[in-house]
Design a protein around this ligand. Structure first.
Ligand code: SAH
Length: 348
């Protein structure tokens, strides 16, 4: 289960010298090689064997949608079993390129404000399928003249719940970090906050020191439960305890942790909600809150206006809670956070 191409290559080449294995891994994961046949550092028989046993690519591209502003691209892929899934490339104001990967087809978390949550859940993506989303965009950027720069950052904020696919996510992280040269501090895994999985990663020696983002969205128990069906009585206490353990275990510098907070008009943006958030932050220690503009999808929510967000942020700031604000990208192509959903996920 969850065998990756890296595992397969190591198995196939177990009798070869170590440098051969490195060459094969470099060919598929880090060089700008396009297929096994072109991996000429390897002998022809070896290339043929690899080509027969290790799929170069697990995703077929259906289409790429560029945003009008020219800072976001959304790729629609089809998987071997006819499922469809989306990945987003974003260029920030500093020109850095970030790929937003999906970890599942659909999502079981059913958050009421999220388009993916409305689709239901089909299956986990394999580590190879997660990795190939980034390989695709790396290649796309390299072959098109009009996108400068290289993919330097990855966020696990596409379709699905990364910790609901713990093994696939962990294996993909290993390949990004060890084979593709993307440092762990340039990777952010976003989670709805599955406490058993968050607890598991605290003690998992193989879980890499990537950044974590927890989708909080409300520190008021009732509001959170209404928004996110995965919440339950006592959830926020458990999350606060987990956060304390996290900070005890890892120095804050090495293991960046933020709480995401979508601003939903009149739902979670009132003074009462700000105060609940301040109390939560006091319990957990020095946390960062990332205020996120809501991107419209079905669900009946509207976004908080700028003045309300300013007011909310000032209230937090006055209580010494650190906040940052995220800007919306790609909403014209339904590529913004929470907008990834397919009317018909299966193509057949
Ligand atoms: N399952 C993971 C990753 C999902 S999406 C998680 O829950 O964190 C990444 C972020 O986008 C999450 O914080 C999610 O709550 C948020 N999001 C979902 N729908 C959104 C929307 N319509 N507008 C803005 N952010 C949204």
């Amino acid at each position: 289960m969850n065998e990756t191409r890296e595992d397969r290559i190591r198995e196939l080449l177990y009798e070869e010298p170590a440098f051969r294995v490195r060459q094969a891994l470099a060919a598929i994961f880090s060089d700008s090689t396009l297929e096994w046949a072109k991996a000429t550092a390897l002998s022809k028989p070896l290339r043929d064997r690899l080509a027969a046993e290790v799929p170069w690519n697990t995703l077929s591209l259906v289409a790429v949608f560029p945003s009008v502003k020219g800072d976001t691209w959304k790729a629609l892929f089809q998987t071997f079993d006819g499922e469809r899934m989306e990945t987003v490339l974003m260029k920030n104001s500093r020109g850095q390129l970030t790929v937003c990967v999906s970890t599942q087809i659909g999502c079981a978390m059913a958050c009421t404000f999220c388009a993916t949550g409305k689709m239901g859940f089909s299956r986990n993506l394999s580590a190879d399928e997660i990795v190939d989303q980034v390989r695709f965009f790396r290649e796309y950027v390299a072959t098109r003249g009009d996108i400068s720069g290289e993919v330097t950052n990855i966020v696990f904020m596409g379709m699905g719940e990364p910790l609901g696919n713990y093994e696939g996510t962990k294996a993909a992280l290993g390949i990004f970090i060890q084979q593709m040269g993307i440092g762990p501090t340039r990777i952010t895994v976003s989670t709805v906050g599955l406490i058993p999985m968050l607890t598991r990663l605290l003690d998992d020696k193989e879980w890499p020191p990537v950044r974590l983002a927890v989708s909080l969205h409300s520190a008021d128990p009732k509001t959170r439960r209404d928004l996110m069906p995965t919440s339950y009585d006592g959830f926020l206490e458990k999350l606060a305890e987990w956060t304390q353990s996290y900070f005890q275990k890892f120095s804050e510098k090495r293991r960046h942790l933020t709480f995401e907070y979508i601003m939903l008009a009149r739902v979670n943006d009132t003074d009462m909600h700000a105060d609940a958030l301040i109390r939560f932050a006091r319990r957990t220690g020095k946390v960062r809150i990332n205020l996120i503009p809501y991107n419209i999808t079905e669900g009946g929510f509207s976004k908080s206006d700028e003045e309300t967000i300013d007011r909310f942020q000032s209230r937090l700031k006055a209580a010494s809670v650190i906040t940052t604000r995220r800007r919306t990208m790609g909403d014209d192509i339904a590529a913004a956070c929470g907008q990834l959903a397919l009317k018909n996920a299966k193509s057949r």
